[in-house]
Structures are given as structure tokens and as C-alpha cells.
Design a protein around this ligand. Sequence first.
Ligand code: 0PR
Length: 372
Amino acid sequence: MQQSGARKNKVLAELQKLRQLDNHYEDGRILCSMCTKPHPIAEKAFRMFFDSNLGDMGLFPGTTQIEKEVIAQLGELLNNTDATGFLVTGGTEANLMALLAARNKAKVEEPEVILPYSAHFSFKKICNMLKVKPIYIPLDSAFRMNVSELESNINKNTVAIVGTAGTAELGAIDPIKEISESAVENDVWLHVDAAFGGLILPFLKEAPLFDFKLRGVSSITVDPHKMGMAAIPTGGILFRDRPSIELIKTETPYLTGKTQFTVAGTRTGASVASAWAVFHFLGREGYEKIVMNCLKNTKTLTKGLEKIGFKVLCSPQLNIVAFRSNDTTKLAEILGKKGWFISYIPQYDCIRVVLMPHTKQKHVADFLNDLS
Ligand code: 0PR
């Protein structure tokens, strides 16, 4: 650090220069992200609450109430008005809290978690941190957990089963209904990772069951900073009921809040306010429009790719398209050189494109044009 401070304008100008090195969602070139440009009202709300800290809740009763209201709205969307939970840094922290609760509940010496091969890589970190052994289940031809292999892997050490509603790679939705039946039968915690799909599926006319309507679902990850258009970082974890959060409680006697449940201690209230603002501003109708638009762009891209002759891996259930060519790595390299940010997924030898709200019709047309 330099000895004496610099002038405000100089500091800001230097930051601006560095900011210009970043890529911007508005350019329409970012097709590899599950985050997007937060809604303008999210930015305003974020600024209003930028110094509020949910780590010391008693100091910020207004922000505390906002968090409760956002959780209540998410609970309602996910068919459980009794749900309880928190807004955290993202899907990783949300998944961590769910598995921590499940592990603490089960109290077994050699804990195992059952998850499909398609589970997000955050579970690798989590299993490492929590010392839980991952048991991976193969996928079916639609890249969903092959439930016929589930039962035989459940044993006395199983602390949780994880299903995904919208996988990061292909947007596939595991058969949560069937998984839930197994979870109920075997009395095992079922965590649904709907970090991405959780703010899409409730706005579709026809969607597979994936939420608390299913009796076996104990917890759900749903991230407002993905399709919710809230500020980064805003993840969400919801538990079916109040006793579940007692499993992850830490006493914090000298703080105004007296207890914490989240992994993070100091925790921004700005995220919470940003989610509240977008939820209220858009309402269900606003989200429905955004989701429909993303799905329309998904359809345009899928059709365009097939017309050119690319193989689309599976019919997209969400706004994610995965495709391959004869030489997909080479194609990914060429697209990169042309300035497109796409993901190459080695596991499936495919290119993944996520059609987020910042991707407009024109960008899809430009992308197809370059591909053809
Ligand atoms: N669960 C699922 C199903 C996810 O898709 C993700 C992230 C997570 C959990 C973890 O969430 P956090 O990253 O919020 O902790 N999915 C994206 C991915 O890994 C995250 C992402 C976002 C990647 C923006 C790139 C990017 O530019 O693909």
C-alpha cells in the first residue's frame, strides 16, 4: 500500500481503466454465464443497503425483515409457505448449508451422499469440506439421474440424496418426483439443487414437479443472482421447516442477533434488498415474460444449429443449448477467436450456450451467422 492517499478522481479513473478490461453482459458476447446484468432496480436497492450487515441482525431490523420477506416469497414460489431459509453468497454456500444440516441430522460416523454424475462441482468442494463420501449415480439417455440405480446405493450411512433441477451443463432436470418417493421410503434427506432452474420452472405453464410439493424434499437451493436478476452475490437456501435450521445454528452471544445459521458471519444486506426489489418490481408476470423470452431465444438457436447441421445433444428443457460438431474442440477455439464466450464441456464433448436475459435476438442471429 502506498504511504499517502491519492486524489479521489485519480483513484476512480484507475478503477475505471481496469473496469474496461472486463467483459460486459450488454455486449451480448457472454454465452457461458449463468449470471446476468442485474435488473436496474437491483442496482439501486444494492446501493441503498450497501453498508447493512446481516451478521449482526439486531442492528439492521429492517434488512432482517426484508430477508424474511424474500424467503417467504421464494417459499411461496416453491410451494411451501412454512419454508425457512437464508440468502447467501450463491449456490455453493446454499448447497453446503443443506448438506451440513443433513449430515448433522443423520449423525453417522461415515457419512455418504448420493448424487448424479451431473451434480454441480460445488458438491465436490462440499464433500471435501464436510468429509462426506460422494456416491455417484449414472445418468439416463436424457442426462438425468438414472433412478433405477438409486435404491441399491442407499444404506445406513446415506445422509442425503441430491437431485438437480437444471444442471449447469445441460439444464437437465432429474426425476425429482421418483427420487422424492425413494427419500420418503428410506427416510433420507433430499436436497434439490435448483440454483438455476428454481427461478425458471415456477414461471412455466408445464413443468416437472421439483419443489416442496413433493413430500420428500427437505431443502432447495435457488439463486436470485442467476435467473432472478438480483445483484451478485445472492444465493438462496430454503429448508422445509424451522427444526432443520436448528441443525446448523451457532450461538453468537455477544452479537445483537445472538445466533447465526449461515457459513458467512458478516453478510451483506445489499443482496437481500436487491432480490426484494426485483421480486416486487417484476412480480410473477415480469418473470414470466423474461423466462419466455429466454426460451424463445433458446428455440431460435436450437433450430438454427440443427439447420446448419450441428448435433444438439438433448431437446432443451431450460434456456441452455448444448451442441457438437465433428471437431467440437476446434469449433470452440474458433468461436473464442471470434470473440464469443462459450463453454466447452469435455465430459460431453459439447459446446454449452446459456441464453440469459442479457442475450438478445440480435446476438443469437450474430452467433448463428458466425457458426454458419
Ligand atoms: N448449482 C448449480 C446447478 C449451478 O449451476 C451452480 C453454478 C451452482 C450450484 C453454484 O452456484 P454459485 O456459483 O453461485 O456458487 N452454475 C454456474 C456454473 O458453474 C455458475 C456460473 C455463473 C458460471 C457465472 C460462470 C459464470 O460466468 O456454470
